[in-house]
Design a binder for this molecule. Structure first.
Ligand code: FPP
Length: 243
């Protein structure tokens, strides 16, 4: 493949600091090829590597991906166990590459509910990469946005915080994403247009784009197009902007 030019000229002035992605369409990608759904998840995993590379190239600082939701346990058993197998492999196999890219792995969600061997791999990945600062890769794994808010409320109450002292900042600091800026841009691939319990607090003022492409085919150029679309949007945060 011909070496690509650096895209500086194609990048808008405004780059999203934090991109979050709902990696949808793996199953349909596989189905369209007469393959089992898991083949789609494998292709989606391969694609993730390209997107991480592209984020580093474009100067995006935080990438949050929705790998497995608290609701996904309800999928057929063979799909769930297949996905766990993929996570097992990926958290081990891709770690060196992630480290080489200067990316730091973080996890959001309920890690204590996944099998211990997998917890161990995720924790090891976070420990190994903790000093990297080119990109934070935030993996939402066994994650649910409502569950996250419930956990935050419990933590705030158990600390004995007075109701009048609870504000948005206090809630934000008790979410799994404490310390991470809110996403500027959320991408859901495959044409579906739903939030699906993803970052429901944090994405309150995010720009959303819904490309038609299935996740395994959503490559560098598609990401660039989403960033360009972001660059054309005017964020108002509920205000009226003066000309
Ligand atoms: C949604 O597609 C995709 C998932 C539920 C799994 C996404 C996981 C990966 C790509 C693996 C990432 C790996 C790591 C370690 C982070 P879908 O199955 O809902 O597709 P469909 O809507 O076409 O059925």
């Amino acid at each position: 493949m011909a070496k690509r030019e650096k895209p500086k000229a194609e990048l808008p002035d405004k780059i999203p600091q934090h991109i979050a992605i709902i990696m949808d369409g793996n199953g349909r990608w596989a189905q369209a090829r007469g393959l089992p759904r898991l083949a789609g998840h494998r292709a989606g995993t391969e694609n993730l590597r390209r997107i991480i590379e592209a984020c580093v190239e474009f100067g995006v600082k935080y990438l949050t991906i929705y790998a497995f939701s608290t609701e996904n346990w309800g999928r057929p058993e063979d799909e769930v166990s297949g996905l766990m197998g993929i996570f097992d492999e990926v958290f081990e196999r891709e770690l060196a590459e992630l480290h080489k890219q200067g990316a730091r792995l973080q996890h959001i969600g309920r890690l204590d509910e996944v099998r211990p061997s997998l917890q161990e791999k995720v924790r090891n990945g976070m420990e190994t990469t903790k000093n990297n600062d080119r990109l934070v890769l935030n993996v939402a794994f066994n994650y649910g946005g409502r569950d996250e808010i419930v956990q935050a409320i419990r933590a705030i109450m158990s600390e004995g915080t007075k109701p009048e002292d609870v504000d948005e900042e206090v809630v934000s600091q008790h979410l799994y994403t404490a310390g991470i800026p809110d996403p500027d841009l959320v991408i859901r691939t495959s044409g579906e247009q739903r939030i699906s319990n993803f970052l429901i607090w944090q994405a309150a003022y995010a720009e959303w784009v819904f490309p038609q492409t299935f996740w395994p085919d959503f490559g560098r150029d598609e990401l660039l197009a989403a960033i360009q679309e972001f660059g054309r949007r005017e964020r108002r945060y509920g205000l009226v902007l003066e000309n």
